[in-house]
Design a protein around this ligand. Structure first.
Ligand SMILES: [Zn+2]
Ligand SMILES: [Zn+2]
Ligand SMILES: [Zn+2]
Ligand SMILES: [Zn+2]
Ligand SMILES: [Zn+2]
Ligand SMILES: [Zn+2]
Ligand SMILES: [Zn+2]
Ligand SMILES: [Zn+2]
Length: 230
Protein backbone atom coordinates (compact mmCIF):
# COMPACT_ATOMS: atom_id res chain seq x y z
CA UNK A 1 0.00 0.00 0.00
CA UNK A 2 1.57 3.28 -1.13
CA UNK A 3 0.41 6.75 -0.15
CA UNK A 4 1.25 10.27 -1.27
CA UNK A 5 0.63 12.53 1.69
CA UNK A 6 0.90 16.31 1.49
CA UNK A 7 2.85 16.41 4.75
CA UNK A 8 5.85 14.68 3.13
CA UNK A 9 7.79 14.94 -0.15
CA UNK A 10 8.40 11.18 -0.62
CA UNK A 11 5.83 8.43 -1.09
CA UNK A 12 4.92 6.51 2.07
CA UNK A 13 4.55 2.76 2.45
CA UNK A 14 2.32 0.90 4.84
CA UNK A 15 4.43 -1.40 6.97
CA UNK A 16 3.65 -4.07 9.48
CA UNK A 17 6.51 -3.57 11.91
CA UNK A 18 6.69 -0.56 14.14
CA UNK A 19 9.82 0.42 16.04
CA UNK A 20 9.14 3.10 18.64
CA UNK A 21 9.37 5.96 16.15
CA UNK A 22 7.33 9.10 16.64
CA UNK A 23 4.39 9.90 14.40
CA UNK A 24 4.74 13.25 12.60
CA UNK A 25 0.98 13.74 12.77
CA UNK A 26 0.17 13.37 16.46
CA UNK A 27 3.65 13.17 18.01
CA UNK A 28 2.92 9.88 19.77
CA UNK A 29 4.96 6.68 19.54
CA UNK A 30 4.19 4.11 16.85
CA UNK A 31 3.65 0.44 17.54
CA UNK A 32 2.20 -1.93 15.00
CA UNK A 33 1.13 -0.88 11.50
CA UNK A 34 2.04 2.59 10.26
CA UNK A 35 3.05 4.53 7.19
CA UNK A 36 6.74 5.18 6.81
CA UNK A 37 8.87 6.88 4.17
CA UNK A 38 9.98 4.78 1.20
CA UNK A 39 13.43 6.43 1.07
CA UNK A 40 16.18 4.60 2.98
CA UNK A 41 17.71 7.69 4.61
CA UNK A 42 14.54 9.39 5.63
CA UNK A 43 12.73 8.65 8.84
CA UNK A 44 9.18 9.88 8.56
CA UNK A 45 6.29 7.99 10.15
CA UNK A 46 2.55 8.43 10.34
CA UNK A 47 -0.09 6.34 12.11
CA UNK A 48 -2.68 4.99 9.72
CA UNK A 49 -5.34 7.07 11.50
CA UNK A 50 -3.16 10.19 11.29
CA UNK A 51 -2.52 9.67 7.57
CA UNK A 52 -6.23 9.35 6.90
CA UNK A 53 -7.52 12.39 8.79
CA UNK A 54 -10.19 14.39 6.96
CA UNK A 55 -9.08 17.85 5.73
CA UNK A 56 -12.04 19.46 7.39
CA UNK A 57 -14.24 18.60 10.34
CA UNK A 58 -16.60 20.03 12.96
CA UNK A 59 -15.48 19.91 16.57
CA UNK A 60 -18.09 19.75 19.37
CA UNK A 61 -16.22 22.47 21.29
CA UNK A 62 -16.28 24.75 18.25
CA UNK A 63 -19.67 24.68 16.53
CA UNK A 64 -19.30 28.04 14.76
CA UNK A 65 -16.84 27.06 12.02
CA UNK A 66 -15.32 23.92 10.54
CA UNK A 67 -11.70 23.22 11.49
CA UNK A 68 -9.07 22.63 8.80
CA UNK A 69 -6.17 20.20 8.97
CA UNK A 70 -2.78 21.96 8.99
CA UNK A 71 0.28 19.76 8.49
CA UNK A 72 2.36 22.43 10.24
CA UNK A 73 1.25 24.65 13.13
CA UNK A 74 -0.33 27.75 11.58
CA UNK A 75 1.74 30.15 13.71
CA UNK A 76 5.15 31.69 13.00
CA UNK A 77 6.81 30.13 16.08
CA UNK A 78 6.01 26.65 14.72
CA UNK A 79 3.90 25.64 17.73
CA UNK A 80 0.31 25.87 18.84
CA UNK A 81 -1.54 25.34 22.09
CA UNK A 82 -4.32 22.76 21.88
CA UNK A 83 -7.59 24.28 23.11
CA UNK A 84 -8.72 20.86 24.38
CA UNK A 85 -5.73 19.42 26.31
CA UNK A 86 -3.85 22.79 26.68
CA UNK A 87 -0.51 21.22 25.70
CA UNK A 88 1.84 23.05 23.36
CA UNK A 89 2.30 21.00 20.14
CA UNK A 90 4.42 21.22 16.99
CA UNK A 91 2.80 18.58 14.72
CA UNK A 92 -0.51 18.50 12.77
CA UNK A 93 -3.27 20.80 13.97
CA UNK A 94 -6.94 21.32 13.31
CA UNK A 95 -7.32 25.08 13.10
CA UNK A 96 -9.98 27.76 12.78
CA UNK A 97 -8.45 30.90 11.28
CA UNK A 98 -11.32 33.15 12.44
CA UNK A 99 -11.08 32.24 16.12
CA UNK A 100 -7.50 30.93 16.45
CA UNK A 101 -9.07 27.72 17.80
CA UNK A 102 -6.70 24.74 17.59
CA UNK A 103 -6.83 21.10 18.56
CA UNK A 104 -4.08 18.52 18.46
CA UNK A 105 -4.52 15.22 16.66
CA UNK A 106 -4.38 13.05 19.79
CA UNK A 107 -7.36 14.93 21.19
CA UNK A 108 -9.29 14.40 17.95
CA UNK A 109 -8.48 10.68 17.78
CA UNK A 110 -8.98 9.99 21.48
CA UNK A 111 -12.40 11.50 21.10
CA UNK A 112 -13.42 8.43 19.09
CA UNK A 113 -13.68 6.23 22.17
CA UNK A 114 -14.52 7.97 25.42
CA UNK A 115 -15.70 7.27 28.92
CA UNK A 116 -18.26 9.66 30.32
CA UNK A 117 -19.58 9.88 33.86
CA UNK A 118 -23.17 9.62 32.59
CA UNK A 119 -22.69 5.97 31.65
CA UNK A 120 -20.86 2.87 32.93
CA UNK A 121 -19.61 1.58 29.58
CA UNK A 122 -17.18 3.16 27.07
CA UNK A 123 -18.85 5.12 24.26
CA UNK A 124 -17.80 5.02 20.60
CA UNK A 125 -18.06 7.98 18.25
CA UNK A 126 -20.39 7.16 15.34
CA UNK A 127 -18.43 8.41 12.33
CA UNK A 128 -21.42 9.47 10.22
CA UNK A 129 -24.52 11.42 11.19
CA UNK A 130 -27.16 8.83 12.12
CA UNK A 131 -30.89 9.02 12.81
CA UNK A 132 -31.42 8.02 16.43
CA UNK A 133 -33.27 8.83 19.63
CA UNK A 134 -30.99 10.52 22.16
CA UNK A 135 -30.95 8.97 25.65
CA UNK A 136 -29.80 12.29 27.10
CA UNK A 137 -32.02 15.02 25.64
CA UNK A 138 -34.98 12.87 24.46
CA UNK A 139 -34.82 14.32 20.92
CA UNK A 140 -34.79 12.29 17.74
CA UNK A 141 -32.82 13.62 14.79
CA UNK A 142 -29.96 12.99 12.42
CA UNK A 143 -26.72 14.10 14.02
CA UNK A 144 -23.23 13.18 15.23
CA UNK A 145 -23.43 10.77 18.14
CA UNK A 146 -21.82 8.39 20.60
CA UNK A 147 -23.09 4.82 20.89
CA UNK A 148 -22.35 2.53 23.83
CA UNK A 149 -20.00 -0.34 23.03
CA UNK A 150 -22.04 -2.71 25.25
CA UNK A 151 -25.70 -1.68 25.49
CA UNK A 152 -28.09 0.37 23.28
CA UNK A 153 -27.33 3.67 25.07
CA UNK A 154 -26.98 6.32 22.34
CA UNK A 155 -26.47 10.07 22.77
CA UNK A 156 -25.64 13.19 20.77
CA UNK A 157 -22.07 14.29 20.48
CA UNK A 158 -23.33 17.70 21.56
CA UNK A 159 -24.96 16.21 24.66
CA UNK A 160 -21.65 14.55 25.64
CA UNK A 161 -20.03 17.98 25.84
CA UNK A 162 -22.82 19.75 27.74
CA UNK A 163 -21.32 21.71 30.65
CA UNK A 164 -21.99 20.27 34.13
CA UNK A 165 -23.06 23.69 35.38
CA UNK A 166 -24.61 26.39 33.31
CA UNK A 167 -25.74 29.96 33.96
CA UNK A 168 -28.78 31.41 32.22
CA UNK A 169 -29.24 35.18 32.26
CA UNK A 170 -32.90 34.70 33.25
CA UNK A 171 -32.13 32.62 36.37
CA UNK A 172 -30.20 33.94 39.40
CA UNK A 173 -28.39 30.70 40.26
CA UNK A 174 -26.19 28.41 38.19
CA UNK A 175 -28.03 25.34 36.88
CA UNK A 176 -26.61 21.86 37.39
CA UNK A 177 -26.78 19.10 34.78
CA UNK A 178 -28.54 16.00 36.17
CA UNK A 179 -28.61 12.67 34.32
CA UNK A 180 -32.00 11.88 35.89
CA UNK A 181 -34.23 13.57 38.46
CA UNK A 182 -34.45 12.32 42.03
CA UNK A 183 -37.52 10.30 42.99
CA UNK A 184 -39.20 13.14 44.86
CA UNK A 185 -39.86 14.67 41.44
CA UNK A 186 -41.76 11.57 40.27
CA UNK A 187 -44.74 12.34 42.54
CA UNK A 188 -46.16 15.08 40.36
CA UNK A 189 -45.79 16.33 36.81
CA UNK A 190 -42.82 18.59 36.28
CA UNK A 191 -42.84 21.20 33.59
CA UNK A 192 -39.87 22.81 31.93
CA UNK A 193 -39.45 26.40 33.19
CA UNK A 194 -38.58 27.54 29.69
CA UNK A 195 -40.95 25.81 27.24
CA UNK A 196 -43.59 24.89 29.89
CA UNK A 197 -43.91 21.37 28.45
CA UNK A 198 -43.72 18.23 30.57
CA UNK A 199 -40.30 16.94 31.62
CA UNK A 200 -39.66 13.21 31.48
CA UNK A 201 -37.64 12.58 34.69
CA UNK A 202 -35.54 9.81 33.15
CA UNK A 203 -33.79 12.18 30.73
CA UNK A 204 -31.12 14.80 31.40
CA UNK A 205 -32.19 18.17 32.80
CA UNK A 206 -30.68 21.40 34.03
CA UNK A 207 -31.73 21.90 37.61
CA UNK A 208 -31.59 24.46 40.42
CA UNK A 209 -32.19 22.74 43.76
CA UNK A 210 -32.90 25.99 45.66
CA UNK A 211 -35.77 26.95 43.37
CA UNK A 212 -36.87 23.49 42.21
CA UNK A 213 -36.19 24.88 38.75
CA UNK A 214 -36.10 22.19 36.03
CA UNK A 215 -35.47 22.72 32.32
CA UNK A 216 -34.96 20.43 29.32
CA UNK A 217 -31.26 20.45 28.34
CA UNK A 218 -32.13 21.66 24.84
CA UNK A 219 -34.33 24.46 26.19
CA UNK A 220 -31.76 25.57 28.78
CA UNK A 221 -28.98 25.83 26.19
CA UNK A 222 -31.16 27.50 23.54
CA UNK A 223 -31.91 31.21 23.42
CA UNK A 224 -35.64 30.61 24.00
CA UNK A 225 -37.16 32.98 26.54
CA UNK A 226 -39.33 31.49 29.31
CA UNK A 227 -43.09 32.12 28.98
CA UNK A 228 -43.95 35.45 30.62
CA UNK A 229 -45.93 35.11 33.84
CA UNK A 230 -49.23 36.87 34.12
ZN1 LIG B 1 -0.15 9.69 14.81
ZN1 LIG C 1 10.94 10.81 3.22
ZN1 LIG D 1 -4.88 18.25 22.51
ZN1 LIG E 1 -14.01 29.50 14.53
ZN1 LIG F 1 -29.15 14.65 22.88
ZN1 LIG G 1 -23.89 0.93 27.91
ZN1 LIG H 1 -38.33 22.68 27.67
ZN1 LIG I 1 -32.44 28.98 41.40
Amino acid sequence: MELEHRSHCHPLFFQREGNAELCQGCGKGISGCAYSCSQPNCSFYLHKACAELPDEFKHPMHHQHPLYLFIKPPYSNGRFQCNVCRYSRDKFAYHCAYCQFDTCISCVLEERKITHKCHNHPLNLVQRPALFHCDACDAEDKDSSYLCSVCPFWIHRGCVSLPSTFKRIDHDHPLTLLYYLSHEYYKSDINCKICAKKVNPSYWVYHCGKCRYVAHVNCATSKTKPPSRR
